[in-house]
Design a protein around this ligand. Structure first.
Ligand SMILES: *Cc1c(COP(=O)(O)O)cnc(C)c1O
Length: 233
């Protein structure tokens, strides 16, 4: 077994134990392999070990991988900050976008999603930590943005995404981080009570996927625990 395959097994084991701990069905939690900075060969290894869904943060880097791995029938998720001039490429090549935090971006994705493709699955990124520097819409602004996005053609609003700060292993175990995940779940529940139909909570990364699963995550986005430490550029 390659080390990526072994790492994947370990992550799947963590997901399954976290689900068992809170009485959730492990099939209700999808693993997204976050492959930013890793070469095509690493994604091939993960795919050979059974991984289908891959997350990417940088459009140019992602397009090269989408093209190189076309024959494998993978599912591509865009999870990074998205600028207006990159929306067309994302609309044409991805199945999901987790990081929508402005209506203008959603409108461009809706207009640019090719008619022959399934609707683009969208999550609204929410900044539950409240840091001014971070991306994501403030929780108070999420309901209006969700309602506007849900009304757009060619998009399917699936749920909410968050990246709570900070992300060290020790901090991940803190009650504060778990509280952030709970806040996202509560916001999703409020939105559904208000008439939306959100089935997705994209939350939890290598350090904190257990806490996220305990608070209801349906997609965990895992990079380091599968591919190793990224080299900082
Ligand atoms: C890089 C990244 C991840 C994966 O983080 P790891 O700590 O490597 O698991 C998840 N979500 C987003 C949005 C990212 O940018």
């Amino acid at each position: 077994m390659t080390s990526i395959a072994a790492n994947m097994q370990a992550v799947i084991g963590r997901i399954s134990r976290a689900c068992t701990a809170v009485g959730r069905d492990p099939r209700a939690v999808a693993l997204l392999a976050v492959a930013k900075t890793w070469p095509v060969a690493a994604l091939r290894e993960a795919a050979a070990a059974g991984q289908r869904a891959f997350g990417e943060n940088y459009v140019q880097e992602a397009l090269a991988k989408v093209d190189a791995l076309r024959s494998l029938d993978l599912e591509w998720h865009f999870i990074g900050p998205l600028q207006s001039n990159k929306t067309r490429a994302v609309a044409e090549h991805f199945a999901w976008v987790h990081s929508v935090d402005r209506l203008k971006i959603a409108e461009r994705l809706a207009a640019q999603r090719p008619a022959g493709m399934l609707p683009l699955n969208v999550c609204i990124e929410v900044n539950v930590s409240g840091e001014a520097s971070k991306s994501g819409v403030a929780p108070g602004e999420a309901p209006a943005l969700c309602r506007a996005v849900a009304a757009l053609p060619q998009l399917r609003l699936r749920g909410l995404m968050t990246i709570p700060e900070p992300a060290t292993a020790a901090d991940a175990k803190s009650a504060a981080v778990r509280r952030r995940f709970a806040q996202l779940r509560e916001l999703r529940d409020e939105l559904n009570a208000g008439g939306l139909n959100l089935d997705t909570l994209s939350m939890g990364m290598s350090h904190d996927l257990e806490e996220a699963i305990m608070e209801g995550a349906t997609i965990v986005r895992v990079g380091t625990a599968i591919f190793g430490e990224r080299v900082k550029s």
